[in-house]
Each structure stands twice: as structure tokens, then as C-alpha cells.
Design a binder for this molecule. Structure first.
Ligand code: ZN
Length: 332
């Protein structure tokens, strides 16, 4: 390499640093060398969908998520600033299957001038579970079945590649790496839940977010409230579940980060009144992930947490630090 050449490279580097320091946006007057920076802005509704898109798009897009930790997507209404963000986006991904029950009109409107894609839209019918009475044909909580959710990641990779063919190879490579991680996760969940003694494989929670988990990994799932959180559980439903806890000697029920735990507490009191002790087995992430920047603020972390908590509370043998050594689940 000649001195002149390396000197020129050094000059360009300095120029680039100076340009970034001035806060110039990518590309202005700096053609001739690549300025790393997101080209597209992609907005997602839930954080689970955002996790897929962030992983598959990598450096090639700025990804924004509307619903944060602890947010209930069934009830979520877009704010004015959400609508502005959706309007500015180049591309929108959402869960679909009526998870975003209050956002249908807004998403329809956005679809007039940009791709608006449900990550569940290419899922084969055979992978979907039925919804409950009237409100929705299919249960929307697909991310609870890791291998079905992997189909969502493949859909995102397809759409990103179709809409930005120049970078198709990068999207494919990123998607492959992400899918390998999800494959490991799927195997871990299977082992963690499979280690629960057979008679104890019953998961009682506030709302029916876990049917896919139960179906994919062999747990019986009992929700108090139905698939959406829109209606409160009736007294009769609470009594039914109390009877089940007592009769089957189920010792733990679970609360959720995005749903009120009032109904779960009513169960514990109801069972105690009949002389059967039930404890809270832990807090599960159902419709929302943990805080951004934390392990449970990732899809892998969220599912790892759930599987590990459920396994340990129901007598299984999952490692208390989880799949990646990043959890600290306290055992009762
Ligand atoms: Zn839900």
C-alpha cells in the first residue's frame, strides 16, 4: 500500500468523523464512501415484532416500536404521535390476527401508501389455533410457539428482501442467524417444560395468552379471562378455576406483566377458603416483553424467562439461570 493511498484514507476518515460530529445526516456531500446509517424507517406495533425486524434488518433500517413494556396490545389505542410515526415510516410490521384490536382502521389507512404487513399473514392455517367466540377467528398469541414465530421471521426476511432487493443477501444472512437462535430456544423450552412431572403440567394464568405455548410444548392451559383482556372474568369463571385448582391439587398460578392480577388473587383466596394452598408461581411475559435494553426485553429473553419460571414453579428441572445464563429465577 502506498503512502499516498493510506494518507488519503486517513483524510477521508477524518472528514467522516468531522461530518458525524457536526450532526450531518448520512449522505450529504459525502458521496464516494459509504456512510453507515439506516436507510429505511420501519415501525412495528409490538416489541415481539420489533425484535424480529431489528434482528433481520440489522444496520439497514431504523426500527421503532410503538408498544413498550407492560402495554396491553388488545386495548392499545394509537396516540397522535404514534400516528405521525406510522405516517413517516417506510414500512410497517404488525402482529395481526386482531391482536391490535384498536388499531385496525389506522393500519388500513396506512396501507394506502406503504407496505403494511402482518408477520402472521403467511402462516399456514394448520399452525393457527382457534380464537374464542365471535371476536376473532384465530388466537393471535402466535409468538408463544417459537417454531410458529420463526415463520414470522421468515416473512419479515421475505418482505425486506422484496422491498430492498439490493440488500437481499444481508437480510437472508441476518434471518438465518436469528432463526438458529430461535431453534435453540425452541429446544430449550421443550426440555424445560418437558421436565415438569406429568400430572403438574397445568398452567393457570389471568388471560388466555398461552394456548400456543401449551399446544406446542404439552401443557394444559387454563385462562381466567379469555383470549382478549377486554372483558373482566365473571365470578362463575373464577369459581370454576378454583374448583379445578383444588381438585387437581395445582399448587401455583401465574401473573402477567401486562394484565391486572386481580383475578389471580381471587383464585388464591378462593382456593385458600377451601383449604388448598396456591402460590404465585411467578410473573410471566404474555403480550408485552420486558424493558428495552434488558435480557427479558428481547424475544429470546422473554420466552426463556417464561419457560424457566413455569418449569421451576411446577416441579421441573430447568436451570434457574435459564438458556443463556442470564436469568435469576428464585425457587420457592
Ligand atoms: Zn393477549
Amino acid at each position: 500500500m502506498t503512502v499516498g493511498h493510506s494518507g488519503r484514507r486517513h483524510f477521508l476518515k477524518t472528514l467522516r468523523v468531522a461530518a458525524l460530529g457536526l450532526g450531518l445526516s448520512a449522505g450529504i456531500g459525502l458521496s464516494g464512501f459509504a456512510v453507515a446509517g439506516p436507510d429505511r424507517t420501519i415501525v412495528t406495533t409490538t416489541a415481539q415484532v420489533g425484535d424480529i425486524v431489528r434482528n433481520v434488518a440489522g444496520e439497514l433500517a431504523e426500527v421503532e416500536t410503538l408498544m413498550g413494556a407492560g402495554v396491553d396490545p388488545h386495548l392499545y389505542r394509537p396516540t397522535r404521535s404514534d400516528i405521525a410515526r406510522l405516517a413517516r415510516a417506510d414500512l410497517i410490521f404488525y402482529n395481526g390476527l386482531h391482536l391490535e384490536g384498536q388499531m385496525g382502521d389506522v393500519l388500513d389507512r396506512m396501507a394506502d401508501d406503504k407496505p403494511v404487513v402482518a408477520v402472521t399473514e403467511r402462516l399456514d392455517e394448520s399452525r393457527l389455533l382457534a380464537g374464542q367466540s365471535g371476536t376473532s377467528r384465530h388466537d393471535p398469541h402466535v409468538w408463544m410457539d417459537v417454531s410458529a414465530w420463526m415463520e414470522g421471521a421468515r416473512t419479515v426476511a421475505d418482505i425486506l428482501a422484496e422491498t430492498d432487493p439490493e440488500n437481499a443477501a444481508t437480510y437472508r444472512r441476518n434471518a438465518d442467524a436469528y432463526l438458529r437462535e430461535l431453534e435453540r430456544l425452541d429446544a430449550y423450552v421443550r426440555d424445560a417444560l418437558g421436565s415438569i412431572p406429568e400430572r403438574a403440567r397445568v398452567l393457570v394464568t389471568a388471560h388466555d395468552a398461552f394456548a400456543y405455548l401449551g399446544h406446542a410444548y404439552g401443557l394444559e392451559v387454563v385462562g381466567i379471562q379469555g383470549i382478549s383482556t377486554e372483558s373482566e372474568a365473571g365470578v362463575r369463571r373464577i369459581e370454576e378455576v378454583v374448583r379445578l385448582l383444588v381438585e387437581r391439587r395445582i399448587g401455583a398460578v401465574f401473573v402477567e406483566t401486562s394484565v391486572s392480577d386481580r383475578n389471580v388473587r381471587a383464585l388464591i383466596e378462593g382456593a385458600a377458603a377451601r383449604g388448598h394452598e396456591v402460590t404465585i408461581g411467578g410473573t410471566l411475559y404474555s403480550d408485552a416483553m420486558g424493558e428495552p435494553g434488558t435480557y427479558t426485553g428481547t424475544y429470546v429473553g422473554m420466552i426463556d424467562h417464561n419457560a424457566t419460571v413455569i418449569s421451576l414453579a411446577l416441579g421441573g428441572t430447568a436451570p434457574p439461570d435459564g438458556l443463556n445464563g442470564q436469568l435469576q429465577i428464585e425457587m420457592n
